[in-house]
Design a protein around this ligand. Sequence first.
Ligand code: SF4
Ligand code: SF4
Ligand code: FES
Length: 215
Amino acid sequence: MVTLIVNKQELQVDEGKTLLQVCLDNGIYIPNLCHIHGTDNPSASCRLCFVEIEGEDKPIPSCTVKVKDGIIAKTDTPSVRRLQRTAFKLLMSVHRVDCGHCPANKKCELQRIAKFLKVGLKPKYLELRLKETEVDESHPFLDYYPNRCVLCGKCIAVCKDKHGRAFLTFAKRGLDTVVSSYGETDANLPCSKCFACIRICPVGAITSKDSPRQT
Ligand code: SF4
Ligand code: SF4
Ligand code: FES
């Protein structure tokens, strides 16, 4: 066991967990999109889970910190919130906000984070830059909505974890980056009995072809 202090609250927790996981387990919410419960190698791609740790000169993503004795952390300082709001606005500047037609509506992590950070879903003063393709229907069992995807990578990680290899991957680069299925059209893919990617997606970016079309 290790003892640490978060927001002046003393916590005694098992060694080996990340600070983000410990906070979430203890009811201290930190915005996050790319964190997967129980993983040792965080992708740390969403840049939302910042905290301040005493002795560090700038905020650090809490999913990259393993807890140890004596850590004193704050999750709610002005500089943490500034970084989180900036990261969130950038994410939303490439996102098609159309919650009424989205399967994630009311259970969407973006809606939760916007409410928590007290910001709107549609960022002011930032140009909206959307991808041309609204829906990729090339997969035999899944549909993918690039303008809803936050590129967290959870679908790829869970697929690899379940099947020993990922049937999904990131493709293209920079602002064009998307999740792709390698052009797979094989009707024998394990996807028809799996759908773990849909369940883990924090937004509504992957849907089953069997569910009603969401546009
Ligand atoms: S993913 Fe769907 S529910 Fe979430 S903010 Fe985007 S459109 Fe709204
Ligand atoms: S499809 Fe969903 S889980 Fe996969 S990278 Fe996009 S947002 Fe993340
Ligand atoms: S949860 Fe830490 S960077 Fe995404």
